[in-house]
Design a protein around this ligand. Structure first.
Ligand SMILES: NC(=O)c1ccc[n+]([C@@H]2O[C@H](COP(=O)([O-])OP(=O)(O)OC[C@H]3O[C@@H](n4cnc5c(N)ncnc54)[C@H](OP(=O)(O)O)[C@@H]3O)[C@@H](O)[C@H]2O)c1
Length: 339
């Protein structure tokens, strides 16, 4: 059996429960790809899920949703991708029971269904690609939830985080908002302006009540709508992405995990209208995952916390071909003891 390195935890708790273990390289089912991970990104869901039983998980859990990498093997039913393709995606689709997979992207090799990934645009790096999927799928869903229309104004609470940096860009460059206003703290005002915000509100010096203008859409990425709702017009949608919503007018929006969404973004990524935003403290080396989580968990990330490089390992040629294995990959993988 081929072994790989993966970050994992066997109990809920703080970042210290994470350890680097030896794990079997999973075998793709007929509808799955085996991808050698070149870069991954962290999301708050990764540590929220680790801290408590948010989604009941069998241990060990390999955390991580986002990745970019190279297809090294594929099941017989794969039609869209070939070995050697550079792909990216959020691999954590919910299964029928509403649970997340046990095997995430903080591993050298991952398995993923082909409908969850897209070809990486050639003009962006693995790091940039890995930073996008979960956050951009979330950001887009919020506009859909609101029924946002070109020419409307938008007020974004939290313009500097993983999701917020993309909401600002999407509003300005893809959805045609007539005015984009976003909040952040003093050191990040210029940064958020440079993403495309027409106006940035420094929340350390300005309270929502002091803002006179009212907006067509309030997009709250922070979960502050019990206070921020005052900037929304009376009939304006208020969308939040944190659970539970803290105001009765707010609608909770959750991401849809699909590779197609990334495919639709390809022209905007190729033209540079939409840019990946990688937190400048990173990318963090694969061996520095605990430090990367420590930083993300401060809640101060500027864009996305990215993990790269991953250690490269060559697999024997016997597995670098189509696989007809129909066993659920988790069953193959989790039989092995973890060190
Ligand atoms: N519903 C879904 O499908 C979904 C999907 C993805 C994420 N989420 C949730 O959405 C939230 C945001 O995710 P994320 O990845 O963007 O997190 P993140 O990257 O950790 O967000 C960090 C940013 O939040 C900003 N921030 C913190 N408090 C703020 C405040 N009071 N006002 C304005 N900005 C503030 C910080 O800027 P400053 O330093 O300037 O404060 C920082 O830049 C998380 O709770 C996450 O779990 C939900």
């Amino acid at each position: 059996m081929n072994m790989q390195k993966a970050w994992l935890y066997e109990e809920y708790g703080p970042k210290e429960v994470l350890k680097l273990g030896d794990f079997p390289v999973p075998t793709p089912r007929h509808d799955q790809l085996l991808v050698q991970v070149r870069a991954a990104a962290l999301n708050p869901i990764d540590f929220k899920r680790r801290q408590r039983a948010l989604f009941p998980s069998d241990f060990p859990v390999v955390p991580g949703c986002d990745m970019a990498g190279v297809v090294v093997a594929k099941g017989g039913g794969i039609t869209k991708f070939n070995i050697g393709d550079e792909v990216y995606g959020n691999i954590q689709d919910f299964n029928a029971e509403g649970n997340l997979k046990q095997l995430g992207t903080l591993a050298q090799f991952i398995i993923v269904e082909e409908n969850l990934v897209a070809m990486k645009p050639k003009n962006i790096s693995f790091e940039e690609a890995a930073s996008l999927p979960l956050a951009v799928q979330t950001a887009i869903e919020g506009f859909i939830t609101a029924g946002f229309k070109q020419g409307q104004t938008i007020f974004i609470v939290g313009g500097a985080g993983g999701v917020g940096t993309l909401v600002v860009q999407l509003a300005k460059h893809l959805y045609g908002a007539s005015q984009v206003v976003a909040t952040t703290s003093t050191p990040k005002v210029e940064f958020v302006k440079n993403l495309g915000a027409d106006k940035v509100v420094d929340y350390t010096t300005t309270r929502y009540e002091e803002i006179e203008e009212k907006y067509d859409f309030l997009y709250d990425t922070i979960g502050d709508c019990k206070n921020s709702f005052v900037v929304a017009k009376d009939d304006a949608p208020i969308v939040v992405i944190t659970w539970p919503p803290s105001h009765s007018r707010a609608t909770y929006s959750s991401l849809t995990v699909r590779g197609e969404i990334l495919e639709e973004l390809r022209p905007y990524l190729e033209s540079g209208k939409l840019k990946a935003v990688i937190d400048p403290t990173g990318p963090y080396n694969f061996t520095d995952v605990i430090e990367a989580f420590r930083y993300l968990e401060t809640g101060r990330a500027r864009g996305k916390v990215v993990i790269s490089p991953f250690p490269l390992q060559h697999l024997p040629s016997s597995i670098l071909c189509e696989s007809n294995n129909n066993l659920p990959p988790e069953m193959v993988s989790l039989k092995m003891p973890v060190h």
